[in-house]
Design a binder for this molecule. Sequence first.
Ligand code: HEC
Ligand code: HEC
Length: 153
Amino acid sequence: MKKLITAMMIMGMTAGVAALPQEVDSNNGGVESLRGSTELSKTRNADQHKRVLKDRAPIERNYVHQPPMVPHQIRGYRVDLNSNKCLSCHGWKYARETGATKISPTHFETRDGMTLSDVSPRRYFCLQCHVPQVDGRALVENEFKAVDSLTQQ
Ligand code: HEC
Ligand code: HEC
């Protein structure tokens, strides 16, 4: 009796497994998303890593108050409790020597509008707002145009 129950359980389990793909598998009807036409139930190969662009001149800004994008590689630049590699070039103390743009006065302000004598904690983690660029293709078509006053001739 015990053997019979075990056998039935095993049969039930394999039947369950065999039935699973049919239930989960859905035909996407030719719809393509950002992950291509791979169906939800299939794992698609990961994309290739994109290359971070080589160091170059500052990238044009698109609107006033845009955090400028990072025009250089940042591999190995640590920003943590003990040190901030970005500030070792962009801090006012070092900017002249390193040729980097100084962080702007807004970076010393607290959210209540007080000006501190050093970078404000809310501007400490630079990569929250400033991001490097990769050689990627735009995921979707984008017709955004920079405001006229910032467009260079
Ligand atoms: C070794 C020095 C150095 C370090 C470290 C460094 N930068 Fe830079 N950064 C530069 C230089 C030089 C430029 C280009 C300035 C120019 O050509 O006008 C620049 C440009 C930039 C710009 C563009 C400024 C603009 O006006 O468009 C941003 C944003 C920036 N860096 C952010 C960062 C961030 C964030 C980090 C840390 C992850 C960092 N940088 C670390 C030297 C450095
Ligand atoms: C909360 C978002 C935020 C964080 C965090 C932040 N920034 Fe910025 N940053 C901005 C914005 C927005 C601007 C453009 C407007 C302005 O100057 O405030 C800017 C401007 C700059 C500029 C250009 C200044 C100029 O005069 O044109 C540099 C360089 C820069 N940031 C570097 C840094 C570095 C280095 C850090 C980290 C220590 C940092 N930022 C952290 C938002 C941020």
